[in-house]
Structures are given as structure tokens and as C-alpha cells.
Write a protein that binds this ligand. Sequence first.
Ligand SMILES: Cc1cc2nc3c(=O)[nH]c(=O)nc-3n(C[C@H](O)[C@H](O)[C@H](O)COP(=O)(O)OP(=O)(O)OC[C@H]3O[C@@H](n4cnc5c(N)ncnc54)[C@H](O)[C@@H]3O)c2cc1C
Length: 452
Amino acid sequence: MSAPKFKVIIAGAGPVGLSAAHALRLANIDFLVLEKRQNVVIDVGASLAVGPASMRVMHQLGLLESLLEVSHKSERRKALTIDGRVVKDTPFYHHLKNNTGSTSIAFNRVDYLRLLYERLGSDQAKVLTGKDIVDIINSNSGVTVKCVDGTIYEGSIVIGADGVHSKVRRVMRRMALEEDPTRSWDAENPFLTTYKCLWFSTPSLLSEQNLSGCPDMTVYETYHKDHSIMCLSGKLRCWTFLYKKLPQPTTQRLTYTKEDMEEMVNTFTDFPITEFVKVREAYNKRISSSMASIEEGMTRHWSCGRIVLAGDSCHKFAPNLGLGYQSGLQDVVALCNRLHLAVAQAPDGIPSTLALNQVFQSYHAFRQGPANIDAKLSAFLIRLTVWANLFHYFLSLYILPSLIADHILQNWIFPPIDRRMLVLDYVESEEPFAGRVSWIYKIPTPSKEKED
Ligand SMILES: Cc1cc2nc3c(=O)[nH]c(=O)nc-3n(C[C@H](O)[C@H](O)[C@H](O)COP(=O)(O)OP(=O)(O)OC[C@H]3O[C@@H](n4cnc5c(N)ncnc54)[C@H](O)[C@@H]3O)c2cc1C
């Protein structure tokens, strides 16, 4: 009989769960992914935009080159009011490029999921679909995970990457309160929803005449009271997001029908998406579309026993700044760096319960500050675009459109945040790009070069 090995069960094959699978694979740590849906690669019409810091990690995972082939590069930023007035038009991203060596990119979320899945190669067999997790039993030596179909899986720990309505988070809460009913814990529904969002993808919205000489991708925002639009207008593909304030904030889970989506589009019909196209006209050309609530918040607890959370299950942001997955990817890096070390230091390669608790505490202590900054920035941006108060209104129309504001944001506010982004410290590789601002956490240089 073979000796027991340290094995991580990942709940959810979303972008965070599959990124964790890649990071664990590179750390030589065994894993199993349990995914509720029948397919991993599903198109819900959304894009993902990521900045250079995330691209460095994607490079370590061996995904960046292929991803760039299907990505658009952000070049300009424009803002409009609903009467079509352009209040901002700047080459916002050139500062980012100067500072980091690359601009940000956007791609179809489904293309990224496909890449994450396909690049697992033979380890695709470790991704099981149709596995809806319903319960977890935590013991001093491991975890037992139960699924709706009656199957049971044994492992050493569970990473709950099962999204905003996480079952793992609920099981963790139940366990913590069974252990000590007087203990204060996060609420059953810990996130608050103030806005909803309908998104759709279309072929490029640019006419052939406008395509020539235009930037690879322009990021548009349309501001209005309680409504706003964001559009990533690329040369080949375009992703549009319609945001609307709910009558009342709620912690309840809301779902939307086709009729709700029609009603939402109707309230935006004549809003401009770009200088050339209005909402209804674009929506009629959609390839895919979906609608969801925009939950916001961060849980106070990220682990209990042998269960630990990552991604949307423990922090959920408004998507305007595109920080949701990127923050989840930083969770994966922070957690896997610590797990890699703990496994390497354990005499038999199996960290004790105490060692794992220390890993989880240190991971949470390290990540909660940066995740909180991401939450605050994201909350601020959505409120700015829907003119949540007079301050947001003036800022959006009279201050932020200026080139000076771009300069301050991109050279003074964002670089100190960006340069603190983590990389996997056990994956050797070349830096994919370099700019004026140096990264604090460097990608380890290949040992072959060190010998030279
Ligand atoms: C409109 C929109 C645009 C966005 N744009 C960006 C962007 O540009 N950049 C960015 O960084 N972020 C963006 N985000 C946020 C980003 O999509 C999320 O942060 C990211 O998807 C979180 O990944 P995750 O893997 O944690 O969760 P999810 O993507 O929700 O994946 C969770 C997975 O767990 C599975 N699951 C759920 N329950 C169970 C269960 N009981 N058992 C087993 N499996 C289960 C689900 O089926 C799913 O596959 C956007 C979000 C929205 C809504």
C-alpha cells in the first residue's frame, strides 16, 4: 500500500479554483477539483480584464503567451454622459505601460477557463464535474467531502473556491458555531447587494471606417444617476456592462429571468455605449448575455479547521475595476507559497493540523489588507459612475477627466499598490516585462542561469 500523501481538495473549477490547481501542480502537491456544473468551459458572455501584476503570475503558470493571442490590449479610456457628450478621452494606459512594461488586457472569460483546463494536460482527470458539494467532515488528520450524488472524497484540506454563494463557507460557519455557539462569526449571507449588472458580448461595434487606426481596445464609461455603462470596445470583440441601482440594498440572493433582462435593457435603450452606438442597437447584435446581482463585501473569517477560502467565496467586489479574479489569484499565490513551504518542511511531507492552522492564519493576515483596498477601490468606482452623491458627480465630470488626474492615478496611486503584488516564489522563470517601477516580489530566476 502506498504511503498517504498530502492532498488538497479544491471546491469549484472557476478561474480561482483552476488557478489553484495549476499552482499546486507546480508545487508538486496532489489535488482534486470538485465542480458542481457538468462542464468546466461554459460561456456566460463575460470578459475578464487583468493587469500586468496578474499577467506575471499567468506567465509563471505557463498561460500568458497563449492568452495574449486571444486578448485585446487596453489603450484609451473615454467617458460619456447620456446625451453622448465625451467628458474624457485620454491614453490612460500609457502610464501603466511605462511603469510596468505592459498595459492591461481583456479576453473572453470562457477562453481563459478553456486554457486553464486544457493546460492541466493529464491532470484534467483530477477535475471532476457534476460534483455538487453538500458537506465536509473535518478531523484531526484530514477532510471528507460529500457530494449530492452520494460520492465521498478524502483529502488533507479543502480550498473553498466555490464562488460568492459558497457552500464551503456555509459548512465552515456551521462547524465553527457547533464548536462554540457563543462565538461571533460572519452572517449566513455576508455580502450586501446595492447594484445589479447585465452584461453582453458582441462582435466589434466599430464600423470598418472607425476600425482603421483605432486603438486595440478603448474602455468606455457612460455616467448617469443610478445607472452606468462600461464597455470594453476591442477591434474584434466588445463587452458591455449595464449597471443599475436596486430600490433597496439586500443580503438575499437574487436571480433574474429573461423578462428582467429585457426590462433592464429597456431602461438603457438610448444610452450611448460609445460615440457611435446605443444600447439597444448593440444588444440586438449580442453573442451571449447574462445578468446578476453585484454583491459586495469581505468575510471576517477565511478558514476554520482544515477548510480555507479563496476568491469570491471570501471577498466580492463590484466589477468596474476588474479586481475580482485578480484578487482571487493573489489569494492563490499567497496560500500556495505557504503550503509549498509547509509541505517541504514537514518531515513526512504531511503538515500537522497546527502547521496548517498557522499557514491559514498567516495567509489571511497577509491578504486581508490588500483585499480590503481592492474592495474599497471597487466600491468607490461603481458609486462614482452612478453618481451616488454630489461628490461623485463632480469628481466624475470635472476632476477625473483631466490628464492631471490620469497622471496622479497612474503614477502615484496605482504603482505602490501594483508593485506589492505577489508571485509564486517556487516557480522559476524570466520576468515577462519590466518598466520603471520595480516589483517588490521578484520571479525567481531559473537556476540554470544562476550557475552561469
Ligand atoms: C460582470 C462581471 C465582470 C467581471 N470582470 C472582471 C474582470 O474584468 N477582472 C477580474 O479580475 N474580475 C472580474 N470579475 C470578477 C470575477 O468574475 C470573479 O471574481 C471570479 O470569477 C471569481 O472566481 P471564483 O473562481 O472565486 O468564483 P466563480 O467564478 O464563481 O467560480 C466558482 C465555481 O465553483 C462552482 N461551485 C459552486 N458551488 C459549488 C459546490 N457546492 N460544489 C462544487 N462546485 C461549486 C461553480 O459552479 C463555479 O464553477 C467580473 C465579475 C462580473 C460579474
